[in-house]
Design a protein around this ligand. Sequence first.
Ligand code: CP3
Length: 343
Amino acid sequence: MNSSNFLKALNLQKHDTPPIWLMRQAGRYLPEYQKIRRDYKNFLDMCKKPEICARLALQPIERYDLDASILFSDILTVPDAFGLGLAFYEGEGPKFSNPISEPENIANLKSFDLNTLDYVFRAVEETKKILPVDLPLIGFCGSPWTLAAYSIEGSGSKDFKKTKQFLSEQPQALKDFLNILTDACFQYLKQQVLSGVNAIQIFDSWADLLTTKDLETFSLIYTRKLAQMLKDDHTTKKIPIILFEKAPKMNIQDLVFKDLSCISLYWQEDIKNASTTLRNKLAIQGNLNPKVLLESDEIIWNETKKICQIMKNYPGFIFNLGHGVTPNIDPKKVEVMIKAIRS
Ligand code: CP3
């Protein structure tokens, strides 16, 4: 048994004060992060230093006394392991030098070698060494769809035009690629668990590109398969799985499935409705619009309290934002929100 409120909430236990963690809790909004980040030209080089990753994961825990830590890494380490050549350029976000542009690129992909991601597993081990005892560590991966979208687009994008074109012209090749990514994500998450993570979050950050039908066909099928693989494996079967879907064009009851422990609600979702639908079935985390943290202390306080009030009697509520903390947020504003939750 563990004494962590976060893991208890994932098992649908009720708490007077909800456990708290934040998507993208370690990152550019923290001056202590910036201080370390300055030593690296390429963000990925920093991700390859396990001791540094551990220190970065610990920073928000030390500052805010949060209830869970998240591995410091990135979802794009997996496509990078396939040889797509990931780099992060200043102010531009991620870019692949060898993106997937035609079906042949998928047929000719080199096979996935878990050893190339050894730096991630070592980061898990180092982080576990320095985290407070009993503080859970969340491991993660991107959903197969979100990883495919980045791999095809070659970078972040406003409209993901290439990805949408690939989907409509080469659906079978895309499905082959999604299967390859699903298998890689399974191996990757299993090894994170073997290295010490206590829960898993799957980020479907580009779910919003898909119509209702395509969300099922190109994303959920593979995420469910990935979850099933984790539940069928004796090392990972007990690990709680959290799913984040960005702005999904689907009702919450159609989105969730039996192998999930928790749904991470995007800020546009109606948490009241979700709480009625999912009560006693799934834990719920998230939903506060990260932009609220740009407002006055009073607004932050009130908006935070609103969510706490709605979720007061919900068994398995975890406080989180409805998407990641953005770099423009003042760390002091996060403190206001946390005070409101804990008061
Ligand atoms: O506390 C944490 O969450 C840190 C670990 C973490 C990072 N990325 C570190 C990071 C996690 C869980 C992620 C997930 C991630 N990465 C997602 C899913 C979450 C979401 O926001 O939807 C996505 C889509 C990515 C891809 C990615 N990585 C982008 C688009 C960028 C550039 C812009 C941005 O959003 O920060 C990154 C780089 C990145 N990953 C940074 C950090 C701290 C910033 C790098 C820098 O300092 O230059």
